[in-house]
Design a binder for this molecule. Structure first.
Ligand SMILES: Nc1ncnc2c1ncn2[C@@H]1O[C@H](COP(=O)(O)OP(=O)(O)O)[C@@H](O)[C@H]1O
Ligand SMILES: [Mg+2]
Length: 365
């Protein structure tokens, strides 16, 4: 008799949930979940938080079987991979309740404060050299950092896809150039020192922002680039780097995010302009650093299992940690034609889910 497979729950946002039965999931490849599921004897099923009934321990799920999508009413799977991001804290409170019910819900907390992440990392002496200097956005800190660095960035603490980031360049000790996106254009104006803080404050409004030194990133055809590093737990519960892909800003821009017009490139291509930087050495260094960082973070952030780091490198190949993405959009690998890596970014969380299930079974026996 064929062994009964275990369920693997995948928690998704409304948008993706609606696209799934139409097989129009854009940047997410749902078939990869099923292919990996075959390998690990798991049946992926998709649901939103609102499909869960905590009271009776049941959930309505979408399942693909024989090429067709069907809805099923099942017991809440014991292992759930969170691929949703919640705008309100309520979503996370609900997730916590699921976890308290005994569900192994990995990656459930995935919207981190960039300042908090940097604070955790700065407690590790060996990591400080990889962290760009950051500080609170206040009049005094702006004055201090503005003297210390020729260029600083003003970033939203919980920003994504490059939204709301402002670049401030010192032209002379009394004159500053402020750059930010306005609609589809890049706005750009000169501000005198006395006007700098109020004019930035006007742009930022009440949102939580912080200051960060602008790293002198290595460039590709004149555009700064950085590198997305996917780092995930595997079928043995161990962290490993799944892949790396570079992204360069569009000409004249300072944000490499694809959503801001950035272009994806493989690392070997980006390094061509730097004959002194050897691909193997750069990627080994990034891999080692990514592992050190994730080990430092997971001590403070439970449930971490599948994240994407942005790393910058300077002309000498020195890496800088830019940010961690708690729900990594792995589509860049597809864009960079790294289909095997793209697929692997799906397979590893499925393998990890199998690992979690086996561990649970051991505990019960
Ligand atoms: N300190 C910095 N120095 C130089 N470039 C930066 C810096 N911080 C961010 N950037 C650029 O802005 C992009 C977006 O910043 P990031 O911190 O990753 O925010 P988001 O969450 O919006 O992607 C980066 O990918 C990089 O191109
Ligand atoms: Mg980013």
């Amino acid at each position: 008799m064929k062994m009964k497979k275990d369920w693997l729950g995948i928690l998704v946002n409304d948008g993706l949930w609606e696209d799934i039965p139409r097989d129009q999931t854009g940047h997410e490849n749902i078939d990869y979940y099923y292919e990996s599921g075959q390998r690990y004897d798991l049946t992926p099923c998709f649901f939103r938080l609102r499909d869960v009934s905590l009271r009776n321990g049941q959930v309505n799920v979408l399942v693909k079987s024989e090429g067709r999508w069907k809805q099923h009413h099942i017991k809440i799977p014991r292992v759930v991979h969170n691929r949703a991001i919640f705008q309100s804290p309520l979503g996370y409170t609900y997730c916590k309740k699921l976890a308290e019910k005994g569900v192994s819900l990995f990656n459930f907390w995935n919207r981190y404060s960039k300042v908090e992440i940097a604070e955790i990392l700065s407690l590790h002496k060996s990591l400080i050299q990889y962290l760009p200097m950051s500080d609170r956005f206040s009049l005094s800190q702006l004055a201090k950092m503005g003297q210390q660095y020729p260029s600083i960035m003003l970033k939203p603490d919980k920003g994504t896809v490059g939204e709301g980031i402002i670049k401030v360049d010192r032209i002379t000790p009394l004159l500053w150039n402020v750059k930010y996106r306005s609609g589809r254009q890049l706005a750009d104006h000169m501000v005198a020192t006395g006007e700098l803080y109020p004019s930035l404050k006007r742009l930022v409004g009440n949102r939580a922002y912080f200051l960060q030194e602008t790293i002198r990133l290595a460039t590709y055809k004149g555009s700064p680039f950085d590198i997305r590093v996917s780092i995930q737990k595997d079928g043995k519960g161990k962290w490993g780097v799944t892949g790396m892909i570079g992204k360069a800003a569009r000409p004249g821009h300072f944000l490499s995010n694809v959503a801001q017009g950035g272009t994806v490139y493989r690392l070997e291509e980006l390094l061509q302009e730097y004959p002194d930087l050897i691909l193997g050495e750069v990627s080994d260094k990034l891999e080692e650093l990514a592992l050190n960082i994730v080990h430092a973070l997971e001590k403070k952030l439970p449930h971490l299992a599948d994240v994407g780091f942005d790393f910058g490198i300077d002309r000498l190949g020195h890496p800088y940690f830019i940010e961690m993405n708690g729900r990594d959009q792995r589509y860049s690998f597809a864009k960079g034609n790294m289909l095997d890596t793209w697929k692997l970014t799906y397979e590893k969380p499925v393998a990890y889910a199998r690992y979690l299930l086996e561990k649970r079974k051991e505990r019960v026996q």
